[in-house]
Design a protein around this ligand. Sequence first.
Ligand code: NDP
Ligand code: MG
Length: 321
Amino acid sequence: MALTVYREKDLNLQAFVNTRVAVIGYGNQGKAHALNLRDSGAKTIVGQRPGASFDNAKVDGFDPLPVGEAAGAADVVIIALPDEAAPAVFEREIAPALNPGVAVGFLHGFNIRYGFIKPPDEIDVVLVAPKGPGTLLRSSFVEGKGIPALFAIHRDATGYAKRIALAWCVGIGSARAGVIETTFEDETETDLFGEQTVLCGGVVSLMKAAFETLVDAGYEPELAYLECVHELKQVADLVYEHGLAGMRQRISNTAEYGGLTRGPKLVGESGRSAMKQILEDVRDGTFAKEWMGGGEAAKMPEDETDSEFERAGRHVRALMP
Ligand code: NDP
Ligand code: MG
């Protein structure tokens, strides 16, 4: 499959000239989108309920409006609410306020892909998903750089949807790094699968199990933590910068041999079949239904803060300059 990568030199902010952009929700992502868009010259308003995020937006020089008012005052409405909260807020406050011909923008395809939000027919529905946290989206923008983003068009009612999505990518700085077109379906499914099997699930379980194996065998927790958790960043950075081959060149031959021969023993047939099941649950909506039904396990496990793992981590971090 050939991917088209759009870059800043081929794009512009034209679709955002004389366009009022409302960012609904001033959290991790919303803050970064609002600040970057404003600094890029877009007329940016923030819709935010009262509370800490509201105060934060004020400190940053915005004059936040109630969610419905902001949505009603904009041509492009970017929804930066938590996925699980967005459907109720959309139905109650955003949908009734939308003007004809506006575009609604999402940062993750979840609510459209699974049908929890069904925007009215006559509006554009687009997605821009930066591949990184809001803090990085902001800090890289300030440094004159950007982080890559995916964009997708769910509905092009006006004929302008793609221009709007690309102008949004320019405005947040992502076009400096490169943006790639995808679909709401592929963005949602790959994002959920990746965070579950690798980023926030698989890797975390691997670190915890390895740590516990060493500690149970009598090794010092700090030593276990340094090896199985702390050093992950260095290896991940090497892969990020140089790929697998480049990482292998930079570790010892012993580590390379041990990794190549032992790694597949952990993620063998049973690991792969668990991954297929996780993907199946993502694709057939089982996971989405479970999570939106009030997924109980979503809170930080109470005993975790005081676990041996976290205590060792605090200790190790305190040793660092
Ligand atoms: P956050 O939880 O950081 O921010 C949520 C914002 O929405 C806050 O300003 C919060 O205000 C407000 N909010 C929460 N609940 C309600 C409610 N019931 N009514 C009105 N306002 C509410 O969310 P994220 O920035 O993490 O996520 C936003 C979107 O971005 C999601 O679609 C997510 O999938 C996507 N995304 C997130 C990434 C990330 O790195 N975090 C990366 C890429 C995409 P208050 O403080 O008052 O609760
Ligand atoms: Mg992701």
